[in-house]
Design a protein around this ligand. Structure first.
Ligand SMILES: Nc1ncnc2c1ncn2[C@@H]1O[C@H](COP(=O)(O)OP(=O)(O)OP(=O)(O)O)[C@@H](O)[C@H]1O
Ligand SMILES: [Mg+2]
Length: 358
């Protein structure tokens, strides 16, 4: 009997709420970020008194809660005030004024966007927001990916009551900003540092409670995930390992996740992308997949495979996407002497330093 009691019945799962393991999931609490959230809230507070707010520049390394903290605050604002409209824009996905405005029009519920130009959409937005009593919080995440910085300038100029929150991994980004925007912006700098071991443990354990059937985790399995995550200082890597390890345990029909499941999951960490692949545009995601399957090959060969698989971009554009992927650290390239072809470029998936080597 005993043996079977430990076994998962078919159709049973160790995961009770898979959504809680998504990187974009917003938990009810965001522990260890209270002081940062209070600082952001303070810059927004004047909006509640129908005055203009202050601006914030939020920076810090990947996976330290910048996005989740800001989104959490925006949600609160949405619940608390009718007159303040929170806009969350991911500039990785929406990198032009036009795309951003389409998104913003959607947020304010304006439907007649078809055939409208950027300026027309902006006029709609301004008219909506500049009505008395109304104000806005604009959060631009991954701001360094935006292509039209002028758009931010226009927002700063033309929307009367607002707070602008800019989020990025790079502190230098703000110092290198165009003077014209910098002087308009006068943003307060707010740093998010990596979590320490205890904080990492607290966050991961809380997430485990949301996501898994109680009692399935062996203590040392949890601890090795916590240790590894703290070393990598990106909470996402912990979420990734938790999910993978649980799936591995399920595969062997176990009701418990043990440390050997975690070790197996850690070996898969190489697949855990350096940045968040789910945020790339579809075409770039497709190119990245081709590179992953053809890592170490010459750019010409990779392009050929891309075309054979239905890729439509001309070589020059393809090449530009490759450069961008390298800049964002999804891939590395190396120039070599290519024999009779002269110089050529070798493309490798991921970074030279593997994540598991940290
Ligand atoms: N304090 C916290 N409490 C609960 N969950 C957290 C906390 N900090 C981070 N997380 C979780 O960790 C993951 C990564 O956090 P988040 O997306 O906010 O990182 P980020 O700082 O925006 O990283 P990046 O710069 O790469 O965008 C998310 O799933 C988030 O829910
Ligand atoms: Mg983020």
């Amino acid at each position: 009997m005993g043996v079977f009691n430990d076994m998962l019945k078919s159709g049973e799962s160790l995961i009770k709420n898979e959504i809680a393991l998504d990187y974009g999931y917003i938990p009810k609490l965001v522990p260890y970020r209270e002081s940062q959230m209070r600082a952001i809230a303070a810059s927004i507070k004047p909006l509640f008194q129908n005055r203009s707010g202050r601006n914030m520049f939020v920076y810090g390394p990947p996976g330290v809660g910048k996005t989740v903290a800001v989104k959490h605050l925006l949600k609160e604002i949405e619940e608390e005030s009718e007159n303040i409209t929170p806009f969350y824009i991911n500039c990785w996905q929406k990198n032009t004024a036009f795309k951003i405005l389409v998104e913003m029009c959607d947020i304010i519920g304006y439907k007649f966007i078809q055939n409208k130009r950027t300026e027309e959409l902006f006029a709609v937005l301004k008219q909506y927001l500049n009505k008395s009593e109304r104000s806005a919080v604009f959060a631009f995440d991954e701001i360094d990916k935006i292509e039209d910085l002028d758009f931010i300038y226009n927002l700063l100029e033309d929307v009367f009551r607002k707070s602008v929150i800019l989020i990025t991994n790079y502190k230098e980004y703000v110092t290198e900003l165009d003077e014209r925007i910098k002087s308009r912006l006068t943003a307060e700098m707010l740093e998010f540092q990596a979590y320490n071991l205890n904080e990492t443990r607290g966050i991961l354990k809380q997430r485990m409670e949301y996501a898994f059937v109680p009692g399935i985790w062996e203590e040392d399995a949890v601890e090795s995930i916590v240790q590894k995550t703290a070393k990598m200082s990106d909470i996402r890597s912990g979420l990734y390992m938790m999910k993978e390890a649980a799936l591995i345990a399920e595969e062997r029909s176990s009701k418990k996740v043990n440390s050997s499941d975690v070790s197996t999951a850690m070996k898969k960490l190489d697949d855990f992308s350096i940045k968040k692949t789910e945020e790339l545009e579809d075409e770039v995601k497709f190119i990245l997949k081709i590179i992953k399957d053809n890592t170490g090959k010459r750019i010409g060969e990779v392009y050929k495979t891309y075309q054979e698989n239905g890729g439509k971009l001309v070589y020059k554009t393809f090449w530009r996407k490759i450069n961008k992927l390298e800049e964002d650290k999804f891939i590395t390239t190396k120039k070599i002497e290519g024999g009779k072809e002269g110089k050529t470029t070798i493309i490798n998936y991921g970074q030279e330093k593997k994540l598991t080597e940290f």
